[in-house]
Design a protein around this ligand. Structure first.
Ligand code: GLA
Length: 386
């Protein structure tokens, strides 16, 4: 082969390699383009006579969070996976009106004034019995029919990294006592942490249990079930429940049970085990009692890893418990942002919180708040890759 033909083969190969690389880049760009925040125009709406909008937070590392003031909800949470490709790791809708539906499965809102269940829709404070709507079998779930998830909050964008939502619930709303003022701040920082800081005040003794109800899929919304995600929960005990998911009042050790997530384990590994607790929950739908690790006032609650994306989420919280719900009631009832439906176990919730039914369980940490006190709690969701 002469020099010239060697040179032309070399040029031809260089061109081929170049075009292949271009191809890969294009695919990556195409994926990046597909994964973007929802169109803010679809969130310019009026619900219950009040204005709804979309708010966005961004850090310097490309993490983006979209929120709406309808329910103070997380709509999208975009982070890079192990290959640098963006994924939206929470489930949600791409227009505001889709959230205004009683069948909506609590996608991303603040739930309260009392997140999780209160037995038989009743509790007593200072000898007065309060009656609440029974919106989940015999029990009250997530503050009743018109809980904080259906409130139009006032919003203030504080900076590119922070937005604050405030609202007021009047005395007697959904049966709960006290004129109550709520403030929730969402913020991101360059450590890829999303922080949710909660505050509330009341003018009458009341009960409060606030949390966020995001559905996570760390492989990306609509990418299949969460059963191969790896999960570790720093909890040696759960609060076992009865058949309506109300705690029995006992604490039960997780060792040698399907609830042992003390080391990383695939969520699907033991989910079909013959266990009364899994039967009651139709899978995992339980409060884990967090081991007190309290670094800087926070318990290290859990670590979740997307098996396909390598995205890692660590949750730190000031709360004593975390509800792990494996998406057991998801049943293709609604259409998500990317066009997929909410199929069985394609998202999971990890809700830092006080224990369910605390107002009726004297042995659980108290959820009572008095006038003059400031209710405060914080949870941090830290994203990385492995
Ligand atoms: C919570 C409950 C679940 C379920 C979801 C919403 O996480 O514990 O039982 O009701 O909310 O579908």
């Amino acid at each position: 082969m002469n020099k010239q033909s060697k040179l032309s083969i070399f040029i031809l190969m260089a061109m081929l390699v170049g075009s292949c690389q271009q191809g890969t880049n294009k695919n990556k760009e195409e994926i990046q383009e597909a994964i973007s925040l929802p169109d803010a125009v679809e969130f310019r709406d009026t619900i219950k006579g009040e204005e709804i909008s979309l708010f966005t937070l961004k850090n310097k590392r490309g993490m983006e969070v979209a929120l709406t003031n309808f329910g103070a909800r997380i709509v999208s949470l975009i982070v890079s996976d192990k290959d640098g490709v963006n994924r939206d790791v929470v489930l949600g809708f791409n227009k505001a009106e889709d959230y205004n539906n009683p069948e909506e499965p609590y996608f991303g809102p603040i739930v309260g004034p009392f997140g999780n269940r209160i037995a038989n829709g009743k509790f007593s404070l200072d000898g007065v019995e309060y009656t609440l709507p029974q919106n989940n079998g015999p029990n009250t779930l997530h503050g009743g029919l018109e809980g904080l998830h259906f409130v139009v909050w006032q919003a203030k964008q504080l900076s590119d990294e922070a937005v604050e939502f405030t609202c007021v619930l009047p005395d007697g709303k959904e049966g709960f006592p006290g004129d109550r003022a709520f403030k929730v701040m969402y913020s991101v920082n360059d450590n890829n942490e999303l922080t949710i800081a909660y505050e509330a005040k009341t003018d009458k003794r009341t009960v409060l249990n606030l949390t966020n109800h995001a559905y996570f899929n760390l492989n990306g919304e609509g990418s299949g079930t969460i059963l191969n995600h790896q999960l570790q929960i720093f909890a040696d005990q759960i609060t076992p429940v009865n058949e309506t998911l109300i705690p029995t009042g006992e604490l039960k050790g997780v060792k040698e049970t399907a609830f042992d997530f003390t080391a990383l384990k695939a969520i699907g590994k033991d989910i079909e085990q013959d266990d009364e607790q899994l039967t009651f929950g139709k899978g995992y739908d339980h409060n884990f009692v967090l081991n007190e690790t309290k670094h800087d006032g926070y318990n290290y609650a859990c670590r979740l890893i997307g098996d396909q994306s390598g995205i890692v989420m660590d949750i730190y919280t000031a709360e004593p418990g975390i509800q792990f719900y494996s998406g057991n009631f998801m049943a293709d009832k609604v259409t998500l942002k990317n066009g997929a439906t909410d199929s069985f176990r394609t998202g999971l919730c990890l809700e830092p919180q006080h224990f369910p039914d605390s107002p009726n369980q004297p042995s659980f940490p108290s959820t009572e708040v008095n006038p003059g006190e400031v209710y405060k709690t914080t949870s941090v969701y830290k994203f990385s890759v492995q």
